[in-house]
Design a protein. Structure first.
Length: 255
């Protein structure tokens, strides 16, 4: 390891980076930059777990797999490149990377697993790959993303995906999504604009609770159920169009 800039270059000839490999490095806790050599194909789960001083890492295009919690609580990490060969972001891979500002995901990503970017509290922007089809529960909870568009291929989103996204002002939802799950936009206090696709059939409980800037929206006729307190504490709500089959059916959506 270079003692001046605390850069560590992993040895050539390895194909997998493991947590035990990193733990064995002398003065590992002082590393700020890691260079991974070409030929490495996978970063194992928890490999860089709690490397809080790590600010950057060079990942070669040979890497095709990054395990769950691989960069969990790397609070110093500000940016990272994800190689084109990676097809999914695993559970909690970047959870609590509180200084991660932006990230670019390759188009081959098809799944973002639960908690993947949860409480990346300085994350302001992220591109959503065109091939993405699944975003799991609380993947972006507590980030600072301001606007987001879910592409046509996204068919599944989990509970609370954008919960506590206090800077989110607008979201365009894929027309292939048929259910808005519980807690989806809970406490998105700046959310103003929302397009609810015409094929949505249900809106989950607490989906828009405490969206205090949401002023108006239209619920399409395809919706047959709205969960408990789905729109509770939407203090700015002045205008809503709901299907006739739901009118007056359950006042508990609103209060």
């Amino acid at each position: 390891m270079d003692n001046q800039d605390h850069t560590y270059t992993l040895p050539t000839g390895i194909t997998t980076i493991t947590k035990s490999m990193l733990d064995a490095i002398k003065d590992q806790k002082y590393i700020t930059h890691v260079i991974i050599p070409h030929g490495v194909t996978s970063i194992d789960e928890e490999a860089f777990y709690h490397c809080s001083r790590l600010t950057s890492i060079t990942i070669p295009n040979s890497v095709t797999s990054i395990g769950k919690q691989a960069f969990y609580f790397c609070t110093g990490l500000t940016s990272i490149n994800i190689p084109d060969g990676v097809t999914r972001i695993e559970k909690s891979t970047f959870e609590y990377c509180s200084n991660l500002i932006n990230i670019s995901l390759p188009n081959n990503i098809h799944t973002i697993s639960k908690f993947a970017f949860k409480y990346c509290s300085n994350l302001t922007s992220i591109n959503i790959p065109t091939n993405l089809h699944t975003i799991c529960s609380e993947a972006f909870t507590g980030t600072l993303i301001g606007k987001i568009t879910l592409p046509h291929n996204v068919v599944t989103i989990g509970r609370g995906v954008f919960r506590d996204c206090l800077s989110l002002t607008s979201c365009n939802i894929s027309n292939n999504i048929t259910n808005l799950p519980p807690y989806l936009f809970e406490k998105c206090s700046k959310l103003e604009k929302l397009h609810i696709p015409s094929d949505i059939t249900s809106i989950g409980e607490y989906a828009f609770e405490n969206c205090s800037n949401l002023a108006y929206f239209t619920i399409p006729d395809s919706v047959t159920s709205i969960g408990l307190y789905a729109f509770r504490h939407c203090k700015s709500l002045r205008y809503a169009i709901i299907p006739t089959n739901l009118e007056g059916k359950n006042a508990s959506y609103w209060t």
